[in-house]
Design a protein around this ligand. Structure first.
Ligand code: NAD
Ligand code: MG
Length: 333
């Protein structure tokens, strides 16, 4: 039997709530005062923790939805446990409806932050799920749909987030467009422009609009990619933008460090998100997605959530201009 008093004290200290139930429980817990060395988490094998290839061949029109993917990605809905690391913070996450953005949004809310998310109107059904999850934590959830390719919208997005949240402490510039093309000759000027507008111009506009609101202690986190340093041949335009993202993280860190604002990046490897299904990868390639990594499977957005939390938390106060990778053993940030 488990000592209930002891668990409630642990809950108060760690704020882990329901997570305790999922942890391996030693019979030693039955003792009146369970010593901390008996508090154990079972080991998880990273190779078998999540689905691995082969996956079903599937395709969705852009923008693809997480709620139509098979298998459904894990954004931490049932798995992320918070512990008050971002209590009272106000965060804006672009592309917060799905993928890494949703994982960050859920984790931030569970760490005690109020969260605004931006997404495309066509992604409303995914966004609604995120809104509900944030509200379930008792945090403020703000939904701001709109197309980031418009400078006007980017300016309004930040203004609305600041107004609804009552300020801004964490900006996650995460939205992006990725389309796979065999040859540079298949990329039209319109498509090239679309990728540049979404992945380079929009962060420029959003960050510029956010800066007047960011105080010392605030931070910017950009989602870049292993593509920044090791581009795939079929991602010519996308990879250019990720190199630009890694680069602007480093220059902005130098520019904003003296103002007390930290800027860092997250560089994922192959992660199971809608971006890959809506033209980011060829359907036949998706069947073996992530197979080539040393862990033999793609990552799940939830596996990067703690990185977004860590980079935003005050105890990462000396992390500035850094790129944190999560690529299953392949790639490098
Ligand atoms: P995702 O599809 O879940 O997220 C991308 C989001 O970008 C979409 O949800 C959409 O809301 C947003 N978006 C795209 N165009 C937009 C526009 N014009 N206006 C407003 N919003 C727009 O996929 P994801 O993989 O989680 O992508 C998040 C980030 O991760 C991106 O920066 C992507 O480049 C990066 N990344 C992904 C992978 C991967 O394998 N999935 C690998 C490396 C880097
Ligand atoms: Mg989406």
């Amino acid at each position: 039997m488990i000592n209930k008093n002891w668990i409630s004290r642990r809950k108060a200290i760690l704020g882990v709530g329901t997570g305790v139930a999922a942890m391996a429980m030693s019979t030693a817990w039955a003792e009146e005062e369970a010593p901390s060395q008996h508090f154990m988490l079972s080991l998880e094998d990273p190779r078998s923790k999540y689905p691995k290839p082969p996956f079903k061949e599937q395709h969705q029109d852009w923008p693809a939805l997480a709620n139509k993917m098979e298998p459904r990605p894990d954004h931490g809905e049932k798995t992320y446990k918070g512990s008050g690391r971002l209590a009272g913070r106000k965060a804006l996450v672009t592309g917060g409806d799905s993928g890494m953005g949703r994982a960050a949004a859920i984790a931030y809310a569970r760490e005690g932050a109020d969260v605004a998310i931006n997404y495309l109107p066509a992604e409303e059904s995914d966004a609604k799920e995120v809104m509900e999850l944030i509200r379930k934590e008792g945090r403020r959830a703000v939904a701001i749909p709109g197309d980031l390719r418009s400078e006007d919208f980017c300016t309004q997005l930040v203004a609305k987030a600041v107004q609804e949240l009552g300020g801004l402490d964490i900006l996650v510039s995460n939205a992006a467009r990725q389309q796979s093309h065999e040859s540079i000759e298949d990329i039209t000027t319109d498509q090239f422009d679309w990728t540049m507008k979404t992945n380079i111009y929009a962060p420029f506009w959003v960050i510029k609009a956010a800066l007047p609101h960011l105080k010392p202690g605030a931070c910017i986190i950009a989602t870049t990619s292993v593509q920044a340093e090791d581009p795939s041949p079929e991602l010519f335009d996308y990879a250019i933008t990720k190199a630009a993202t890694t680069n602007f993280v480093r220059s902005l860190a130098k520019q904003l460090g003296p103002k007390g604002i930290r800027v860092n990046g997250v560089a994922p490897g192959p992660i199971w998100t809608p971006l890959q299904l809506g033209g980011g990868s060829k359907p036949e390639k998706l069947k073996t997605f992530g197979e080539g990594t040393p862990l033999g499977r793609p990552g799940q957005p939830a596996e990067l959530a703690s990185i977004y939390v860590q980079l935003a938390a005050s105890d990462a106060s000396y992390a500035n201009g850094q790129i944190y990778g999560a690529a299953g053993g392949g790639g490098h940030p």
